[in-house]
Write a protein that binds this ligand. Structure first.
Ligand code: SAM
Ligand code: DTB
Ligand code: SF4
Length: 322
């Protein structure tokens, strides 16, 4: 197996993105085969444990209090409701349960409640993931002690384009949170969103940032913007599907041992485009009819697609850090 690289130059990444499509997909698929079972896809289910009224201004998000998106806000869900949802997800085949909260950062009181949720979901025999906004070192350590397997925190886009998407926290804030999570020994889940109006250069810079972290994130979600009425990005042009597939392929080449997750945006993607993404090296999806606040293909649809492609869900694994 080749050495993992952390010294990517933007020009190299752009050159990969610009390869003839067949050459790029062939290379990415070879990397995929060399590192993972070819026909297995890991499935995670999401639950929004605290919805809406977020003080941040992320220009794509239904949950920001700055935009009128007609989303009903909800308080932090009770523990039993979370456990019930996790059990349903487990029964339908998900191996990881990801809980998302619309916070800038969790208060210590709220973190106590999330710690209980993590412990209860783990007790069901599932892997756990949470995404709660920025964390301090101490908060990351508490989550680690609770047995948390993954923390999701995305860089979203390039450092240069970032300021046009979010103004209420900096790129460096995000890198600092990722470092706290890494330092605590929790698996890192970090990726971005395509279709924000960024250029190919920005996509290259996002991938460069992710791959040049001191360790590659174990999980790299690549989201396509779900255009939400009321947000500044509601009228964005849809990204060319082949450009999306190319970005997945380059992520696979640059981070050969990471799970690359085909994340938000699948409801607007044809089965054929998703099949290309799996060929290009995507090996994880969000499974279940809802993401956080928006829709996702139904479980029957996804299982039928897997069947047509000869793909099987990855069986539950012991987490890398225990
Ligand atoms: N509030 C926390 C935070 O931002 O870190 C956690 C939840 S937030 C919804 C998690 C991620 O979902 C964002 O970083 C973004 O990448 C993605 N996301 C949010 N809204 C999206 C949308 N409309 N389309 C695609 N991805 C989206
Ligand atoms: C990630 O990268 N994508 C997920 C998860 N991490 C938390 C969230 C997608 C959200 C899509 C819009 C919504 O449903 O609100
Ligand atoms: Fe808040 Fe997260 Fe949405 Fe940004 S992406 S507005 S931080 S919920």
């Amino acid at each position: 197996m080749s050495e993992l690289r952390h010294d990517w130059q933007a020009e190299e990444v752009e050159a990969l993105l610009a390869l003839p499509f067949n050459d790029l997909l062939f290379q990415a698929h070879q990397v995929h085969r060399a590192n993972f079972p070819t026909n297995q896809v890991q499935i995670s289910t999401l639950l929004s444990i605290k919805t809406g009224a977020c003080p941040e201004d992320c220009g794509y998000c239904s949950q920001s209090a700055k935009y009128d998106t007609s989303l009903e806000r909800e308080r932090l869900l009770p523990l039993q409701e979370v456990v019930r949802s996790a059990q349903v997800a487990k029964d339908s085949g998900a191996t990881r349960f990801c809980m998302g909260a619309a916070w800038r950062n969790p208060s210590d009181k709220n973190l106590d409640k999330v710690v209980e949720m993590v412990q209860a979901v783990k007790a069901l025999g599932m892997e756990t993931c949470v995404t709660l906004g920025m964390l301090t070192d101490g908060q990351a350590q508490r989550l680690k002690q609770a047995g948390l397997d993954y923390y999701n925190h995305n860089l979203d886009t390039s450092p240069e384009f970032y300021g046009q998407v979010i103004t209420t926290r900096t790129y460096q804030d995000r890198l600092d949170t990722l470092e706290s999570v890494r330092e605590a020994g929790i698996n890192v889940c970090a990726g971005g969103i395509l279709g924000l109006g960024e250029t190919r250069h920005d996509r290259a810079r996002l991938l460069q940032q992710l791959a040049n972290l001191r360790m590659h994130p174990e999980s790299v979600p690549i989201n396509e913007l779900v255009r939400i009425e009321g947000t500044p990005m509601a009228a964005n042009e849809k990204l060319d599907a082949l450009e999306f597939v190319r970005t997945i392929a380059v992520a696979r080449i640059m981070m050969p041992e990471s799970y690359v997750r085909l994340s938000a945006g699948r409801t607007e993607m044809s089965d054929e485009v998703q099949a290309w993404c799996f060929f290009a090296g995507a090996n994880s999806i969000f499974y279940g009819e809802r993401l956080l606040t928006t829709g996702n293909p139904g479980e029957n649809h996804d299982m039928a697609l897997f069947e047509r492609l000869g793909i099987v869900p990855e069986p539950g694994r012991a987490p890398a850090f225990v």
